[in-house]
Design a protein around this ligand. Structure first.
Ligand code: NAD
Length: 423
């Protein structure tokens, strides 16, 4: 359950909010929208702060603070994860709710973006205390969430068990069984096939599409994956299964590189639940060195701010697909773009998770469930289509794929707000 990469993500949030606003402004200007539309979309419409009590195992009652941010619901209900982390803060959930709006717009699912969080450290809490926090948080935000209002999901340090407690609590409050209240549930409670690998599958589809654009054959293509956690490990496996040669991987402690290709199955077997595996090797290199190694495709799947103004010139790959949130700074994006490197941005590449969450919600609403194969097929259709729209927008507006993704992602929300007469 514990997701080490996300610790860094909270630090990234300090300027995440502002840099998101900068690109949203640029995207709306490219689309010809007046400033009033930017004023509407530059921050969430609603952010709720809650303080709620939880009885701890030692008998004392402790107060916890949580947030739920809802960016804009012009298109449809709000959707976005809930993180449990000691560094959760209001600015972070606000920025992440805006990213969720962009992702939903890019993959064309009828949601606005949301994000929630509770300031706590699940690594220091018992199972029962975690249940208390999960239920307490849902009670505290219950008035603004619901299957047709705002649908939460797992995020940093939260998992399907936590979703199960949350849906149970919501069902009690609402006095009806409401599986569509939350996604990322266990399969027996209405969860969807393919949810756990959805992000890595989505990234893999983007790699395939990017390779086609560059006339690159994935068989034998040399791939470096930074990070070997949930996203990075599945990705390495999927790349390997496609016939690519994974020449480098890393974790928080270092990296390994072998131009003849790494034994991915062995690494998967040996990695621990935190995505650590390089400690088993002697000839490791640093993460910085790994990023500059020779390869065809680079997939940052660890933490933010890895490719910066400093090392963008050293990147050897001709394709970069961002599985992590914010691995490339805006300055580095410009340098890579000038160098002719095709960069598939995070808001597109990592949208597989929210796409399958949407499928889970649809299945809950229908009361009819799709097979793993059906989910995989629908995910592929959505992501291939999203990639095409973003790629075409980048050609049409003569901008890099990141700005193009923002243009595609924000357009529908701006249009819906216009039709509703909000701006
Ligand atoms: P994880 O915690 O499971 O794994 C993170 C990996 O990165 C681990 O191998 C860890 O050792 C490594 N790492 C940590 N700090 C590092 C550092 N400073 N340098 C290099 N490596 C480091 O996390 P995850 O779920 O795989 O997420 C990875 C990235 O993908 C994050 O940016 C996350 O936001 C993004 N993402 C993940 C999902 C998902 O479904 N898992 C969805 C969307 C986006």
């Amino acid at each position: 359950m514990v997701n080490t990469a996300e610790k860094e993500q909270t630090a990234e949030s300090l300027d995440l909010f502002e840099s998101t606003q900068v690109i949203i402004k640029e995207a709306l200007e490219s689309l010809g929208y007046p400033d009033e539309v930017y004023q509407l979309l530059k921050e969430p419409m609603r952010t709720l702060t809650v303080n709620f009590p939880v009885r701890m195992d030692d008998g004392t009652v402790k107060m916890f603070t949580g947030y739920r941010s809802q960016h804009n619901d012009a298109v449809g209900p709000i959707k976005g994860g809930v993180r449990f982390h000691p560094e959760v803060n209001e600015n972070e959930v606000k920025a992440l709710s805006m990213w969720m709006s962009l992702k939903s717009g890019i993959v064309d699912i009828p949601y606005g973006g949301g994000k929630g969080g509770v300031i706590c450290d699940p690594r220091e809490m018992s199972f029962r205390e975690l249940e208390g926090i999960s239920r307490g948080y849902v009670r505290a935000i219950s008035q603004i969430v619901g299957p047709t209002k705002d649908i939460p999901a797992p995020d940093v340090f939260t998992n399907s068990q936590i979703m199960a407690w949350m849906v149970d609590e919501y069902s009690k409050i609402s006095e009806f069984d409401s599986p569509g209240f939350i996604t990322g549930k266990p399969i027996v409670l209405g969860g969807s096939h393919g949810r756990d690998t959805a992000t890595a599958r989505g990234v893999t589809i983007c790699v395939e599409e990017a390779a086609k654009k560059r006339g690159m054959d994935l068989t034998g293509a040399r791939v470096i994956v930074q990070g070997f956690g949930n996203a990075g490990s599945y990705l390495s496996k999927f790349m390997h299964d496609e016939g690519a040669k994974v020449v480098g991987i890393s974790d928080a402690y270092g990296a390994i590189y072998d131009e003849d290709g790494l034994d991915i199955d062995y690494l998967l077997e040996k990695r621990d639940s935190f995505g650590t595996v390089t400690n088993l090797f002697e000839n490791t290199i640093s993460n910085k060195e790994l990023l500059a190694k020779d390869c065809d495709i680079l997939i940052p799947a660890a933490v933010a701010n890895q490719i910066t103004e400093e090392n963008a010139k050293d990147i050897q790959a001709s394709i970069i697909v961002e599985a992590a949130n914010g691995p490339t700074t805006l300055e580095a994006t410009k340098i890579l773009s000038k160098r002719g490197i095709l960069l598939v941005p995070d808001v597109l590449a990592s949208a597989g998770g929210v796409t399958v969450s949407y499928f889970e919600w649809v299945q809950n609403n229908m009361g009819y469930y799709w097979s793993a194969e059906e989910i995989a097929g629908k995910l592929k259709d959505n992501l291939v289509n999203a990639f095409k729209k973003v790629y075409d927008a980048s050609e049409q507006h003569r901008v890099d794929m990141r700005l193009a993704a923002y243009i595609v992602g924000i357009r529908r929300m701006a249009e819906a707000s216009r039709f509703r007469g909000w701006v």
